[in-house]
Structure formats: C-alpha cells, structure tokens
Write a protein of this length. Structure first.
Length: 260
C-alpha cells in the first residue's frame, strides 16, 4: 500500500521527530549524544538547508529544520542510518533502531516557528530531567552562547531579539501547540489543542495589543486570514469563538484568501 504524501511547508520549515522502536532508548550516554551531534553537524554542512533547533531526549529526538522536503528526506535517511549503525555496533545490538518513518510537521507562520523552538527546548524541563537552560543536549545553549550546529538568526529575529527569545522560553503558559512526539503512518504529527495562551500570542502578533477590537472591526478577508491561521495552528472552532467573541459559524467558514 502506497504511503500518504507528507504535508509540505511553503517556507520549507519543518518540525521533525523520531523515536526508538518500541520506545527503546536510542541515546545511552554522552558518547552517543556526541556522535549524533557530530552527524548533524556534518550532514547539515553538506546540505543546502539548516537546522534551527534540536533536542536529544533518551528515546527520541526533535529537530526544527529549513529544507525542501526532498532534501529533508535524504538528510534524515543519512542521519538515521549512520546513527543506527553506530549505535548497534557500539552496543552489540541487532535490528532496526527507529520506529517507522520520521515524523514531520510543516511550519506555516512565525507564531508556529517560535512555538516549535520553544516546545523543542522545553522538552527536558517538561519531562522533569533538567531546566531547559541547564540541559546539555539541546540547541538552547547555542542561542545563549555561540552557534554551532544551528543557524540561530531566524528565530531570534522573529522573536524580536535575544532577550525576547529567552523570555519566550520562560513564560509560564504551559503547552506549546501542535508539536507531538508521535507520528501517524504518513509521517505527520498527531496534533493537540492549541493553548489559550498560544492562541492569544498569535492574535496579538497578527493584530496588535488591542487584537479583540481590531479583529471585530477589520475587513472580512483580513479577519478570515487570522481565523484560518488559528485553525491551522490547532485551535478549535469553539475555542476561537470563545476567545474572540466571533460566532462559531463564521469561524467555521473562515479561510485565508491566499498565501500569507
């Protein structure tokens, strides 16, 4: 049976993740982590794309990449095959290391870009392993210090500077949206509901501080584009209606007029 094609990002931005088969550990110690980082460093340097964020988490890993899908597929194949060979040889282990296809979720806008970076960096803190800014095996240290594997310029620019970028990670509003560690058979992410805090951030980024009044009074195409962006990001129709005061029927029908 043919596999369902992956969802494509017009900006060539993807949140990518892979897990060990049967949720088994794929990073036993710092040597495994270092080897994987070396592969990322080498393979991204040999590509035309870039890595914007990463985190290694025991039995899975997350990347945020800027690559065309064809190149991303080749990059991930090289990365997983080379690492699996190293891991199996070093730990005297046979068989597949990774579970199914790697997962990929297209990034549609700047709000999703920042949410993906935040989600990736907060993984060890949410898992109770270490504070995000003390964890050794993520790209947050590159953003706080010297870039190495990552190209840090885009996310810092979108956030409005280094201080705003760090503040984004320290906001208390828990769950980032739409970025899961599980993938479906076609390699897309299983989405979860957008938090109210992330929905408000999208609204403020689109409309400014007085977003509720602005949204109620703006022209229909502009309003519908914002509502469509919220739905793309994982917000439910009921949630959008509750936050904005706009009727569910209007929210349900809202579509973006074209590429943003």
């Amino acid at each position: 049976m043919a596999r369902t094609p992956r969802k494509i990002s017009e900006a060539n931005l993807y949140h990518v993740f892979a897990r060990g088969v049967g949720r088994q550990t794929i990073f036993e110690d710092s040597e495994d982590n270092e080897f994987f980082c070396g592969l990322m460093r080498r393979f991204v340097a040999e590509s035309t794309g870039s890595i914007l964020a990463w985190c290694l988490m025991g039995n899975h890993f997350h990347l945020l990449v800027k690559m065309e899908m064809k190149e991303l597929s080749a990059f991930m194949k090289r990365l997983e095959v080379a690492y699996a060979q190293h891991f199996n040889r070093r730990h005297d282990r046979p068989g597949c290391l990774f579970q199914g296809r790697f997962g990929s979720e297209p990034i549609a806008n700047e709000a999703q870009l920042l949410a993906a970076v935040r989600y990736i960096h907060l993984n060890p803190q949410k898992a109770g392993i270490a504070p995000f800014d003390a964890y050794e095996w993520s790209s947050f240290k590159e953003y706080a210090g010297e870039p190495d594997i990552c190209d840090t310029r885009l996310a810092i620019d979108v956030a409005g500077g280094a201080q705003s970028f760090e503040r984004l990670h320290r906001e208390p509003d828990g769950e980032s949206f739409a970025f899961m560690e599980e993938s479906t058979d076609n390699g897309s992410a299983r989405r979860r509901k957008l938090s109210d805090g992330d929905a408000r951030r999208i609204l403020e980024a689109a409309c400014g501080a007085g977003w509720k009044e602005r949204l109620a009074s703006c022209e229909k195409p502009e309003r519908d584009a914002v509502l469509a962006r919220l739905k793309e990001s994982g917000a439910t129709v009921r949630q959008i209606s509750r936050l904005t005061g706009i009727g569910r029927g209007i929210v349900q029908k809202a579509k973006a007029a074209g590429p943003r």
